[in-house]
Design a protein around this ligand. Sequence first.
Ligand code: ATP
Length: 254
Amino acid sequence: MLELRDIHAFYGPIEALKGVSLKLSEGQIVAVLGANGAGKTTLMNTISGLVRAKRGQIRFAGQAIERWRPERVVRAGISQVPAGRQIFPELTVAENLRMGAYVRRDREGIRADHRRVLDYFPRLRERLKQPAGTLSGGEQQMLAIARALMARPKLLLLDEPSLGLAPVLVRQLFEILERLHQEGAAMLLAEQNAHMALQLADYAYVLTLGTITLAGSARRLQANDQVRRLYLGMEAQPASRGGDHDNIDDNEHR
Ligand code: ATP
């Protein structure tokens, strides 16, 4: 469904992505793990057309999209939930949701999806007329996701959705993402919260200073010593058999 090949992206002289390749199949959740400054946001913005890759290819549903403008990327079925919940604070919750559907003309479908996202996020239903800027941080994050869903995307790009949320809200959020996954949604999920991300994802990549340094099925990465130490805050497994060799060379895409 989505394939990045050798993507290089720069901010002036800084090379933020140094030849990133990754794949995501229909219905999959693929996690991108990485520390601050690893390039996760740049990666998301390169896919959505906000950052132009200097080199490399991005294919989505059989088309080369690396030169497309953001609006065309949205129309093709990719919706981004940016880091930091960029909702429109002056607009009401209902208006924010309507903005999410701006590329659509099917009134009936929009109404149905409006009901559907409010089923997912009942708290938003109680606050439809409230200015979005007055929602709590967690509610704003829910709204950002609900708004992205209103475009009825084929692929959802989620940039650190758990950032700044209390643990109970993080759990709720991941339950909703799991439900969307079961309904067949595909997601690329950038997260520092490796614990939750690896529980949810089918496949994961570790991004280190603009380079993919590790890739594998989520289950496999959960057992990888380096991931356990650096991203899960756990000790290496005593019985592990050379997890450190479990690197990109073993990369078996599903
Ligand atoms: P975080 O988890 O902290 O958000 P990240 O993995 O999303 O980090 P990016 O935001 O993609 O990382 O940043 C990757 C690198 O590119 C960093 O070194 C950052 O300083 C640099 N960078 C990002 N945006 C810009 C910009 N607009 N101008 C210059 N450098 C930038």
